[in-house]
Design a protein around this ligand. Structure first.
Ligand SMILES: [Zn+2]
Ligand SMILES: [Zn+2]
Length: 347
């Protein structure tokens, strides 16, 4: 680490000062790890669509100004008092929900719903910075065969659809899965669906993204700009999918997802639509459709995902790499749909 900079000003970070303004690249002070915390030298941090919501003012951060960046991996360079889980030099990925460990949700293994949650890079300073601090119990050691870039992408773009499909959608082998939205999460949802033994239909409006879905194992692809995706999915699956996951977060795609499942089908909502979605409740009743929300991930999901990535059975997809100074360009390209997953790499 840069010992002469430690604790001093002079380290660069990408700071959201105000919504609807570019991120400001500025000098910040290195955070110091408190009791139970670690300081991580960030090696890679993913560019996520959620950040665009914060930058656009559609969703709110817990504070302003704030250093964004919640998909991070790096090396532990300092440990606070009371830390026994990790030591200096460990390569780690950061689970971005900082939770209390005491509320009813934490105590029942649903810490992603913690009543006192603080989201890394959303409520507290994140990892678009050279150093970031996190509670030691929020870091997961990264297997030696997994790169820092792959570990960073695993913390959200892989672990979120993994949690949604495995524990919320309860996807099983032989079932039909339809994935709405082949972006950074969708391309991993396709892989996870195949890993679980499902038949996978991928839906998007861009041919390029559908090609990517096929490359990562989708059995069928549907271009929703050319055909009615609901009719097409029903035809392919012989009456409707068992599980539909919406990662696009559009009013239309949620509506499509609900109509794409068979009776007793499960719809898992992960993408945040910009406005409330009208649902035909009569149809939901008659067909006994189950609509579930899935929020982020739990610590164990990240551990499981990193072990799958280490085995090579899930491959994190990274389309673009940026330096921290190029982050605004990266987000503009993400907004235009040009990135599958962009990552800021350091050093
Ligand atoms: Zn994210
Ligand atoms: Zn809690």
């Amino acid at each position: 680490m840069k010992a002469n900079n430690h604790g001093c000003f002079g380290l660069k970070a990408a700071v959201l000062r105000k919504p609807r303004e570019p991120l400001s690249i500025e000098d910040v002070k290195t955070p110091r790890p408190g009791f139970g915390e670690v300081l991580v030298e960030v090696k890679a941090c993913g560019l996520c669509h959620s950040d665009l919501h914060f930058m656009d003012g559609v969703r709110r951060t817990g504070k302003l100004p704030i250093i964004l960046g919640h998909e991070a991996a790096g090396v532990v360079v300092e440990v606070g008092e009371g830390v026994t889980e990790v030591e200096v030099g460990d390569r780690v990925a950061i689970e971005y929900y900082f939770t209390c460990g005491r509320c009813r949700y934490c105590r029942t293994g649903n810490e992603n719903l913690c009543e006192n949650i603080l989201r890394f890079g959303m409520d507290v300073d994140g990892a678009f910075a050279e150093y970031a601090k996190a509670p030691a119990r929020n870091v997961v050691k990264v297997p030696g065969s997994v790169s820092m870039v792959d570990a960073a992408v695993s913390t959200d773009a892989v672990a979120t659809p993994y949690h949604a499909l495995r524990y919320v959608g309860e996807l099983r082998g032989g079932e039909w899965l339809v994935v709405y939205g082949i972006g950074g999460l969708g391309v991993h949802a396709v892989q996870i669906g195949k890993l679980f033994g499902a038949n996978v239909v991928a839906v998007d409006v861009l041919e390029e993204k559908l090609g990517l879905a096929r490359r990562y194992g989708a059995d069928y692809t549907v271009n929703a700009s050319e055909v009615d995706p609901v009719e097409e999915v029903r035809a392919i699956t012989g009456g409707g999918a068992d599980v539909a996951i919406d990662l696009a977060g559009r009013v239309k795609t949620v509506e499509y997802a609900v109509k794409s499942v068979r009776s007793l089908g499960r719809v898992v909502c992960v993408g945040f639509p910009p406005e409330p979605v009208p649902i035909d409740v009569s149809d939901v009743i008659v067909r006994k459709v189950v609509i579930k929300g899935s929020r982020g991930l739990r610590h164990t999901d990240l551990e499981e995902v990193l072990s799958l990535v280490a085995k090579g059975v899930v491959k994190p997809v990274v389309s673009h790499r940026f330096r921290l100074e190029e982050i605004n360009e990266g987000y503009e390209r993400l907004r235009k749909g040009e990135l599958i997953r962009g990552v800021v790499v350091y050093g």
